[in-house]
Write a protein that binds this ligand. Structure first.
Ligand code: 9MR
Length: 398
């Protein structure tokens, strides 16, 4: 009878592979992925494409049409040879940039494109500066993920947008489920924003200090901040950020303000009242998560209207999704749509730059949130440029 001997080291390695679990927002699957395929408690492994699955909080999981079923329709290709950040600068803009996220950075083919400072002159961390990542327990700050992206951008000569200090979403439960007095929550916000912004003092071009404060009907969003402090939380956060880094541009970032309506009006009124009260506010971010064929025609007017209140503006999270599968007609419309968004910013002097919410369909947030939709980025999931890429170049005058 033969005896099988397993070395202790091999056994330990096996146990660690079997027992390891990815944390929230960590990768948990995809072609070539050899790490953990399960998630820590409270999170589920959500497939974004055949190449990438991510741990997300259980409440945010949806059923997904895999982006792998959605490759760009054949016959549609980009022909532009221009580099987007270079074009933006030649148009007098500060940057053309992209969001990225830590788990993607293990993808070396992805990195090769991300690291091209002539393509992307600006980076926004998609998740790693959020409250759940940076202050998971009260007073305990964690910079690992955010530092990785800040260092990468600095190494590439790319400027950074910080995202974000105060948002109703991706809050650790000690904040979202806490029951605080107004004084306690004031000091919690001050400590969070000043520590976060202060940690990166001098390294961040602009901060989304307050993210998504309004409901679509223009009422204030009900969350721990508004429910405890009323509208004053906005001022508290902006002032804390200003003292922590006087040179960073301080933004409020919002969606569905790209066309005239109740939400845009509420934000405009807020800008006016903050300015009148000399609260530090430098910019308004237009997220710009659009649908093919439905880009608001009033975008340029909206950018100008906000700029007239004495703030700069920026396109901060652009993507233009479609119902899958993509077709040549949808991709052609998407190209036109990208051109129109970029032109709107190009024509408004106070619009400083544009950021896409990741550059490739491989890592887009869209399919996991809108079932059956995707293909929202200018590069497909195989890093092939789509007609949308040429659309951006055209919008930048090329
Ligand atoms: O891109 C982010 C995605 O990975 C997260 O799952 C999601 C969870 O809330 O947040 C995404 O980014 C959001 C951004 O922070 C604020 N505007 C909307 C973006 C897309 O949901």
């Amino acid at each position: 009878m033969t005896k099988t001997t397993v070395s202790f080291a091999a056994l330990a390695a096996l146990i660690s592979v079997v027992s390891a679990q990815s944390p929230v927002w960590g990768q948990c699957g995809g072609v070539g992925w050899t790490g953990p395929t399960t998630c820590t408690a409270g999170n589920v492994c959500q497939e974004y494409s055949q190449y990438y699955s991510q741990c997300i909080p259980s409440g945010q999981a949806t059923s997904v049409t895999s982006a792998s079923q959605t490759s760009s329709a054949s016959g549609s290709a980009s022909t532009s040879t221009a580099k987007l950040h270079q074009l933006a600068v030649s148009k007098g803009k500060l940057y053309f940039g992209t969001a990225t996220d830590n788990p993607e950075l293990t993808d070396t083919a992805y990195d090769a494109i991300l690291d091209d400072g002539t393509m992307f002159g600006q980076i926004t961390p998609g998740n790693s500066m959020k409250w759940d990542a940076t202050e998971p327990q009260q007073g305990v700050f964690s910079w690992t993920g955010a530092d990785q992206i800040v260092n990468l951008a600095k190494g590439n000569g790319q400027i950074l947008r910080g995202h974000n200090c105060v948002w109703y979403n991706q809050l650790p439960s000690w904040v979202s489920s806490g029951s605080f007095t107004a004084a306690q929550l004031t000091s919690i916000i001050q400590n969070h924003c000043s520590t976060l912004v202060g940690h990166y003092k001098g390294q961040i071009y602009s901060w989304d200090v307050v993210n998504e404060p309004f409901n679509d009907d223009g009422t204030w969003r009900s969350d721990v901040f508004y429910n405890t402090l009323g509208t004053s939380y906005v001022q508290i956060a902006l002032e804390a950020a200003r003292s922590a880094d006087p040179d960073a541009k301080l933004y409020i970032n919002e969606y569905n303000i790209e066309y005239a309506g109740a939400k845009a009006t509420s934000l405009l009124n807020l800008v006016e009242s903050l300015k009148a009260a000399s609260v530090p506010l430098d910019g308004i971010g237009f997220q710009s998560h659009f649908i093919v064929g439905e880009v608001p025609t009033g975008l340029q007017t909206q950018l100008s209207t906000f700029a007239a209140q004495g703030v700069e503006v920026a396109i901060t999270e652009l993507d233009i999704r479609m119902t899958l599968p993509s077709t040549p007609a949808l991709l052609a419309q998407q190209k036109t749509d990208y051109t129109n968004v970029i032109k709107a910013c190009a024509f408004v002097e106070a619009c400083v730059g544009m950021t896409i919410w990741d550059w490739t369909d491989k890592y887009s947030w869209v399919p996991s949130t809108f079932s059956g939709q995707g293909a929202a980025c200018p590069w497909d999931e195989n890093f092939v440029r789509k007609p949308a890429y040429d659309g951006i170049a055209i919008g930048l005058g090329n």
